[in-house]
Design a protein around this ligand. Sequence first.
Ligand SMILES: Nc1ncnc2c1ncn2[C@@H]1O[C@H](COP(=O)(O)OP(=O)(O)OP(=O)(O)O)[C@@H](O)[C@H]1O
Length: 283
Amino acid sequence: MGALPAGPVPALELDAVCRAYRGGVTALDGVSLRVPAGRMVAVLGRSGSGKSTLLQCAAGLDRPTSGTVRIGGTGLAGLGEAALTRLRRDRVGFVFQSLNLVPSLSVLENAALPLLLAGQGADGRARAALAAVGLADRAEDRPAQLSGGQQQRVAVARALVTEPDVVFADEPTGALDPVSAAEVLALLRHAADEGRTVVMVTHDPVAAAWADEAVFLHAGRIAAHEVAPRAETVRALLHELGRGSDEAPDGWPDLRPGPSPYEPGAGAHLAPAAASRYERSPR
Ligand SMILES: Nc1ncnc2c1ncn2[C@@H]1O[C@H](COP(=O)(O)OP(=O)(O)OP(=O)(O)O)[C@@H](O)[C@H]1O
């Protein structure tokens, strides 16, 4: 393989990442992905295509069998557990579908949790993070006193409280009604517009339309990607994908073993985000 062209360091870079599980399942089979700072990427694909595994490997929660993951140019493979934990704590935020809020803690304490765990003063920053998600007045409540959408906004506040470079979101809107989902998506979009990188796994074509790019996984490989995705085209691609077997569906660009669409500079042609911060306008 030739030397990579020089360019700005991507916020997130996966190079030929494979993840095989015992028992012979290859969940990821040579995934390469480069995401510059300030980009929001949606990861789609049918159940079992490897989306969660991709997120786990990219976030340093799981270690690939082979291939490399870099966050801000730092290779994760070379880090010991303590350094990896620090990197995750300082530079990465997570939002999960299952929220993971601590019921016995207040909303404010939940938002502050990453800072508290790091032994840092948390109150001011956590209040600011709560204000940013519109929940300043619910700081003293317990999570159970909030709606599902509000709880997910607390989870977003917690993910952003450390001002991370990269935010990973796994089905962040899966359990929400459309209005609450739009509120959460607007917050993630806003984070990207502020310069953070957002990688979001979703099954929802409408959610994917908030992203700058959509990546479609099929049998552990990137089968296609779409720049400035629209819900209708994402839906159509997912439909095609659903009809596929273990091979890339007919008519899909098979990107193996050619270059990744995420080579440096690949995003330079992207149109600026079409949406206002809190309301996604149709493309
Ligand atoms: N710990 C594990 N041990 C063995 N196989 C696993 C493990 N985790 C995932 N797999 C397998 O790896 C493949 C990819 O799983 P993954 O959870 O990444 O898919 P996914 O696209 O996120 O699916 P879903 O949309 O259903 O969440 C599947 O075949 C799954 O069964």
